[in-house]
Design a protein around this ligand. Sequence first.
Ligand SMILES: *Cc1c(COP(=O)(O)O)cnc(C)c1O
Length: 386
Amino acid sequence: MHDHSLEVHGCNHHDATGAISTPIYLSATFRHPGFKQSTGYDYGRVANPTRDELEATLTLLEQGGRSWAVSSGMAAINLVFLLFNAGDHVLLSEDLYGGTVRLANDVYSQYGIEFEYIDTSDFELVASHVKANTCAIFIETPSNPMMYISDIRRLAGLAHAHDALLIVDNTFLSPHCQKPLPLGADIVVHSGTKYLCGHNDIIAGFVTVKEKDSAIAEKIEFFVKSEGPNMSAMDAWLMLRSIKTLGIRVERQEANALQIAKWLRTQPRVTQVYYPGLPEHPGYALQKSQATGFGGMLSFKVESAALAQALLGRLKLISFAESLGGVESLLTYPLVQTHAEMPPELLQRTGLDDTLLRLSVGIEDVTDIIDDLDQALNGQSEEVCK
Ligand SMILES: *Cc1c(COP(=O)(O)O)cnc(C)c1O
C-alpha cells in the first residue's frame, strides 16, 4: 500500500466494536483470564493497545521491523545511546540537534564512550575516521540547521563493513519523505514532536529498528521495560490522529518551502539560502536519490546579526519560537535556541553564526508567509509586534 493510505489506516487493527478511531485504552493493568494466561496485555509500562497500534503504524511507515513510542525525541535517542558500552567510539554528524550533543557530551561521555563529530556529508572523511572500536555512525540528513545531505546508502555500507550501526535521526523529513531503513540504516529515531505530530501539541519520540527479532530489538525492548520511557495512551491516540494527515501536511509544507526559498534567493538583504530542494544546493542530487521529497525546513542568512534579531520582533503571522514540523510557520534563531549547547568550534566548522535564521514552513497560504517575511526583512520599523 502507498504512504497516504498507510498514514490514514495505519495497521488497521479494529477491536470488537469496529471503532474506526482506535480507542484510548486508559488502563494501567489488565485482568488475566486464569493462572498462566494473558490477553497479551499485563501491565501498561510493557504494552498498551493504543500505543501498540501507533508503534505498528510507525513500523509500517518506516518499513522497519519494530518500533517503540516514547515520551520525547530525547527519550528515543537515549534508548539508542544505551546500546553503547564503555570504550566504544561513535561518529556523529557535526551539525546535529543540540540536545543530542548535550546527551552525548554531558551524560554519556562520563561513562567512557567517545563521541566524535565530523561532516558526515563528506563520505571519504567519515571513512577515514572509522576506528576499530567504532560501534555506530549517527547522522541527521538533512542536517540541522545547515541542511547538509549525507549519503545513507554508502554510510550504511561503511558502517556494516566495520560491524557498526548506522543510526538516522529522521525527524527533519519524516517517513513520508525519507525511509532510511530500506536504504540500509539499522535504526531510525524521531522526535515525534515535529512532523509526525505536526500540531505543536505533544512531546513524543520513536525508535524503529530494521529487524523485529534482532538482538538490538531485544535490548531496546528490555531498556523500555526497565526504564519506562513509554508514551501515554492519550498521547498515542493524538499521535495516531496526527499521522492520518502526515502526507498532506508535509507535501503542502514542501510546496510552500520551495516557493519561499526561491523568493528569499531574490532578496538583497538575504546573503545565503539553504534548502535542499533548490537545484544549486550541493546535496540536491543525493537528496533526490534517497528521498521522495525535500521537506519543509529551510535556513537563511541575512546581512547582519542586528537585522536577524530585529526581524524576529517584527513577525506577525510567523511565530518566533523553537521547534519545527507543525502546521504553523515558526522562525528560530539557532545560535541562542536549538544550538545554544553547541561548542564554539563546531559552530564555526558548520557555518552556524549570528546571522542565521531557520524557518519551519507551515501550511498557511504561502503568499501570507512571504508577505510576513517581506515586511519583517525589509521593514524599517524597529517596533516589536509580538
Ligand atoms: C526536536 C528534536 C529532537 C529532540 O526531540 P524532543 O521531542 O524535543 O525530545 C531530536 N532530534 C531532532 C532533529 C529534533 O529536531
